[in-house]
Design a protein around this ligand. Structure first.
Ligand SMILES: Cc1cc2nc3c(=O)[nH]c(=O)nc-3n(C[C@H](O)[C@H](O)[C@H](O)COP(=O)(O)O)c2cc1C
Length: 414
């Protein structure tokens, strides 16, 4: 039966979400010194916490100091001090909702200008046509590196619980490391981590088992999975259905469905295969199909901005509606929906033909709003994409200098 947006959701770990609206993970690119959450990032979460969402999922937090999705990424490893994370968790819960930390390893999706390591299941680089040089050339991971990385996910999850987070979400979507292992286009291994879907899913399932093994039963464990990679011959909806079945007995509370990667940015509504493009709730058709067989509650994210769309997503049997962009322009959108107040503000659309560049500009526009909210200003949805892109690049350059001088001093790198 369809659920109402403001009804609670009881999860298998006994965690309860107070309503069905979640802020999806958005990497804020705002880490302070030592790749730690600082007052701006914490302020941003206080603002979202006051906005009425049932769940805030943090932007991806890196499990390995040598492998960051961007130079201002937050790292939580064995060496990180816990106090900044405790403050972050407290801010996220200050409005009465829950906060989960998304945990991630980027694998091969690491900028070519970044220090550290670029790893993948195989030595297959990101293909972005004329923009391919943006990413480093990956080396194939050794079995020891795979095992150590599984351990790092568990360490980050354990420390997230110690810091006061209510759960973690393991990022296995959008072409990052776990999604690379799942993809037959990227994973060309011939050992126990490659070939059949069972082998390609091994690393994700091992990460889930390792995480569940170190956190308490009441701590939520979720997985973000592509409903499809939106590439011919890539991970598809049937693969997603099978992986969800394998996840169910491992104590997973929720699976968030998204789609795409840098090579096919479907998560921003720009798959390279444009026949699949939808202007709202991008992955709803795939989710409707998956929901009929899924033994786990599903969350759907991508292209949801209006209350009617959110309700239509729940009506399809999905348990939680995830939103990123909409909450970057209207951080109190859930409260507005509940009180039937005006809420339909949109970011200026980016209509550039180059999908990779348009996708980067859309992300920059969202980040621009996050920075504004974090410093106590109001979002400015009309910001020009070029302005946002330039300002983001300036921040990135400064962050890269800081990360490059911090990394050699970090104890968590090796
Ligand atoms: C600036 C930005 C950063 C993002 N960072 C992450 C991330 O760290 N982890 C993740 O799973 N998805 C990330 N996403 C994708 C969002 O979670 C979401 O799947 C996508 O934006 C589509 O939802 P929306 O249309 O509601 O924004 C990011 C999106 C944006 C715009």
């Amino acid at each position: 039966m369809a659920s109402e947006l403001f009804s609670p959701l009881h999860l298998s770990s006994e965690a309860v979400l107070r309503n069905r609206i979640a802020k999806a993970a958005m990497e804020e690119n705002m880490a302070g010194a030592g790749q730690l959450p600082d007052t701006q990032l914490i302020g941003l979460y206080r603002r979202w916490a006051a906005g009425g969402a049932g769940l805030l999922i943090t932007g991806n937090v890196m499990v390995h100091a040598e492998a960051l999705t961007g130079p201002a990424g937050v790292v939580l490893d064995d060496a990180a001090p816990l106090e900044p994370f405790t403050q972050w968790a407290r801010a996220g819960k200050s409005g009465g909702g829950s906060i989960w930390m998304q945990i991630n390893h980027p694998g091969r999706q690491i900028g070519s200008d970044m220090p550290g390591v670029v790893w993948g299941p195989s030595a297959v680089g990101v293909d972005l046509g004329r923009h391919s040089g943006r990413f480093g050339r990956p080396t194939a991971m050794t079995p020891e590196q795979i095992d150590a990385t599984v351990g790092r996910f568990a360490t980050t999850a354990r420390r997230a619980e110690e810091a006061g987070f209510d759960g973690v979400e393991i990022h296995a979507a959008h072409g990052y490391l776990l999604s690379q292992f799942l993809s037959p286009l990227v994973n060309k291994r011939t050992d126990r981590w490659g070939g059949s879907l069972e082998n390609r899913a091994r690393m994700l399932l091992d990460v889930v088992r390792a995480v569940r093994g170190v956190v308490s039963p009441s701590f939520a464990v979720a997985v973000k999975l592509n409903s499809a990679d939106f590439q011919r011959g890539g991970f598809d909806a049937d693969d997603a259905r099978q992986v969800i079945e394998w996840l169910a007995p491992l104590g997973v509370d929720l699976v968030e469905l998204s789609g795409g990667s840098y090579e096919s940015p479907a998560m921003t509504g720009r798959p390279t295969d444009s026949r699949t493009a939808a202007r709202e709730a991008y992955f709803l058709e795939l989710a409707k199909d998956l929901v009929t067989t899924s033994p786990l509650p599903l969350m759907l994210t991508g292209g949801i901005t209006r209350r009617e769309t959110a309700q239509a997503v729940l009506d399809s049997g999905v348990a939680v509606v995830g939103m990123g962009t909409a909450l970057s322009v209207t951080p109190d959108l859930p409260d507005r929906w509940r009180a039937a107040r005006e809420a339909d503000r949109r970011l200026r659309p980016v209509t550039w033909k180059d999908k990779a560049l348009a996708s980067a500009a859309s992300m920059a526009m969202v980040r621009h709003q996050l920075r504004r909210i974090a410093r106590g200003a109001d979002p400015r949805p009309g910001t020009h994409p070029v302005v946002a892109l330039m300002s983001e690049r300036r921040h990135q350059r400064r962050a890269l200098r800081e990360y490059s001088s911090w990394l050699p001093t970090s104890k968590g790198g090796r």
